[in-house]
Design a protein around this ligand. Structure first.
Ligand code: FES
Length: 115
């Protein structure tokens, strides 16, 4: 099964996922720069994504904890979810999410050569 992830720069990545994986883990484990500061504990909102319109209804509704954390995120709308709270299942094969800019991890600092 696959998840399609649009990055803030517009690039789209089709990532293979396994049933039971959190979408945040899929994105992180494929090496895309997602902050996900709390590691999936629903305690940070730095894994905020917008879910594709066609997928909003197919997801489990957010828990109170997730909604509380989303309150602290930017540009939240009805498509907003914390992707560490989305568990992959067959029904979500082909899921489309867009990473919110504040969820993007900083590029690694450039290493000075020869110093
Ligand atoms: Fe912290 Fe999802 S990684 S809330």
């Amino acid at each position: 099964m696959f998840v399609n992830v649009r990055m803030p720069d517009g690039t789209v990545h089709r990532l293979e996922a396994l049933e039971g994986w959190r979408v945040m883990e899929v994105i992180r484990d494929w090496g895309l720069p997602i902050k996900a500061e709390c590691g999936g504990a629903c305690a940070c909102a730095t894994c905020h994504v917008w879910v594709g319109d066609d997928w909003v209804e197919k997801l489990m509704p957010p828990t109170d904890e997730e909604l509380e954390m989303l309150d602290g995120a930017f540009q939240v709308d009805e498509r907003s979810r914390l992707c560490c709270q989305i568990i992959m299942s067959k029904a979500l094969d082909g899921l489309e999410v867009e990473l919110a800019p504040e969820s993007l991890a900083e590029a690694p600092a450039a290493v000075a050569v020869g110093s």
